[in-house]
Design a protein around this ligand. Structure first.
Ligand code: ATP
Ligand code: MG
Length: 233
């Protein structure tokens, strides 16, 4: 269901668990917006995987909100419908409870209808009131958002959130875009709590190589021990 999270890769799952641990260390942080400088850096994949990873903790109520009204990718990634979402609750006064969907272990608010202007929606008192109300009901709220290099929406969200995480596809870093992102977040005094280096090319077999080396050493040692024993006899 969740793409990367479900690959069964020990290293990927461990990386998400490490992010979870780092976030949990600061108990004041409950609402986190995920953004990036550019498109396609892996925000949606990361935020869905982090929501799933947190939902594995016992007694944790997790909500994932899709506030990327251009892409609306959370519904597609989680294979759920996008009928009634956060925009419907904000614009059409639909009860928020009617818009919340349940997936594997956590709750989701998809985008829903398309607002004519997403930043106006995000700046509205109604939207902020909804977020405040939801904060009382959930242990963590994770928010997907559009890239800051294109829209200012993530900076608006960063103002009401306790923390902001920048997802950076490590295969490329455009210095100009990185500066735009930093400036926009600084302007709103965003609390940037971390950067996720995504699409990072690692040596997938490291763990197995190490294990292999260890096995070789163990075999060698037991061979010499056996030989010594034979000589003593
Ligand atoms: N770590 C990764 N390794 C390989 N592929 C990845 C990784 N993270 C994301 N992808 C893939 O990259 C593409 C973009 O990912 P995703 O939709 O999560 O990015 P995004 O930043 O949310 O994009 P957008 O700005 O369009 O909303 C998807 O096809 C996704 O499956
Ligand atoms: Mg996305």
């Amino acid at each position: 269901m969740l793409g990367l999270y479900d690959t069964g890769s020990f290293e990927i799952n461990e990386a998400y668990r490490e992010i979870r641990t780092n976030i949990s260390l600061n108990t004041d942080i409950k609402t986190i917006v995920f953004t990036s400088a550019e498109m396609d850096e892996g925000k949606t994949t990361t935020v869905c995987s982090i929501a799933k990873c947190f939902s594995d903790l016992e007694n944790h109520k997790i909500l994932l909100i899709d506030c990327d009204f251009m892409k609306k990718s959370v519904a597609r990634t989680l294979k759920i419908d996008n009928i009634k979402g956060i925009a419907d609750a904000t614009i059409d006064d639909i009860y928020i409870e009617e818009c919340i969907k349940k997936v594997d272990g956590f709750d989701v608010l998809t985008c829903g209808m398309s607002p004519s202007n997403s930043s106006v929606l995000l700046e509205s008192k109604k939207f902020r009131d909804i977020i405040e109300k939801l904060k009382d009901k959930y242990d963590y709220i994770f928010i997907d958002s559009p890239p800051l290099g294109r829209l200012n929406d993530a900076a608006i969200l960063a103002r009401y959130s306790d923390g902001t995480i920048i997802v950076n596809a490590s295969e490329y870093i455009d210095q100009q875009m990185a500066k735009v992102t930093r400036d926009k977040l600084e302007k709103v005094n965003a609390n940037v709590i971390g950067v996720v280096l995504n699409k990072f090319k690692s040596d997938d077999h490291k763990y197995y190589k190490y294990y292999g080396y260890y096995e070789e050493e163990r075999k060698k040692k037991s061979f010499f021990k056996r030989r010594k024993r034979r000589k003593r006899r």
